[in-house]
Design a protein around this ligand. Structure first.
Ligand SMILES: [Zn+2]
Length: 319
């Protein structure tokens, strides 16, 4: 006879049955408690179980969580980056010299692989924009960029820098249907209890041919296998759901969006911080800096070779 799962423990993406993967503590902000994560057997998503309610989720974000209350400072794009942006991503106004374009094209195979192509530009929205750093970048690239941000202090920092930022949630902003040609959600999806509802709202807001850009931790990452609960990108209890690339493809597809780009990226910072978490839990903080650096190098190479980087960068299009 199948055992009944306790209420609220089935997968929030596919309703499948999850098995307990690990118990995690808050190693970033030090909030009390232990949080159980399950891994869905059918779809591979990793999720907090039971999923907390809205009030509990709000308590996961003390005032000190993100230090985003200074106006953003975006440096001008460098010579090589402008070459890559012009030759590979359609930002032709950034460059007026053929040599820079050729060098940019060649360099673009390796560098700046996580840019969003310009197409015809148009209205763009960054959801959960913080102080508006990415809104400012999109504006510098020629988009009509605006943002929406829940934290009042972060949003006000961006507004004081002259950026167009709505304070509140995406739903509260009540944008009209088909308002945007580009919507970005960077390090946002993993914080939401209902990503499918979010996807449906994105579909409503996108113009036909418009695109959604997502950055989120990759639950298939090598680091998650190596470090388990100590993997820095787990960040319990704030990360509610961690996705595989195919999880994202599937919830986008269900909302009517088609994947056009999916890459994974790896940062040495994640493996270095994960190692520190691991050692601290063992009660012996690591002082072997040379070993840590070697570990990070090996990790970055292995993650690249296996295509299992820490972070997913993906783009979905409304046909
Ligand atoms: Zn599932």
């Amino acid at each position: 006879m199948a055992t009944e799962l306790p209420a609220g423990t089935s997968c929030p993406l596919c309703d499948g049955e999850g098995v307990e993967a690990f118990m995690g503590r808050d190693q970033l902000m030090g909030l009390p408690g232990e949080f159980t994560y399950r891994e869905c057997a059918p779809c591979g998503a990793l999720y907090q179980a039971p999923l907390p309610d809205t009030q509990t989720i709000a308590s996961f974000y003390p005032d000190s969580y993100l230090d985003h209350d200074q106006p953003p400072v975006t440096k001008p794009f460098g010579w090589l980056r402008r070459g890559v942006l012009a030759s590979r991503y359609g930002y032709t106004a950034l460059v007026n010299n053929g040599f820079q374009r050729v060098v940019g094209w060649l360099a673009g195979a390796v560098f700046y692989r996580d840019e969003i192509s310009f197409n015809q530009g148009g209205p763009a929205l960054d959801v959960g924009c913080g102080n508006g750093k990415f809104v400012q970048k999109l504006a510098a690239l020629g988009w009509q960029a605006r943002g929406v941000e829940f934290s009042e202090s972060a949003a006000n920092a961006g507004i004081s820098a002259g950026l167009d930022i709505s304070i509140g949630t995406l739903e509260e902003a009540e944008f009209a249907a088909e308002s945007f040609n580009l919507i970005s959600a960077r390090h946002l999806l993993e914080h939401l209890p209902d990503p499918k509802r979010f996807m449906a709202e994105i579909y409503r807001l996108l113009q036909p041919g418009g695109r959604l850009l997502i950055r989120t931790p990759n639950s298939n990452a090598l680091g998650r296998r190596w470090f388990g609960a100590d993997w820095y990108a787990c960040d319990p209890p704030r990360h509610l759901i961690l996705f595989t690339p195919s999880n994202l493809r599937e919830i986008a597809r269900q909302a009517g969006l088609q994947e056009v780009v999916c890459k994974t990226f790896t940062s040495p910072k994640i493996v270095l911080n994960s190692w520190d978490y691991y050692r601290e839990n063992k009660g012996s903080p690591s002082r072997k800096r040379r070993f840590k650096r070697l570990l990070a190098r090996v990790y970055v190479v292995l993650a690249a070779v296996s295509g299992r980087g820490d972070e997913i960068f993906s783009v979905y299009e409304k046909k």
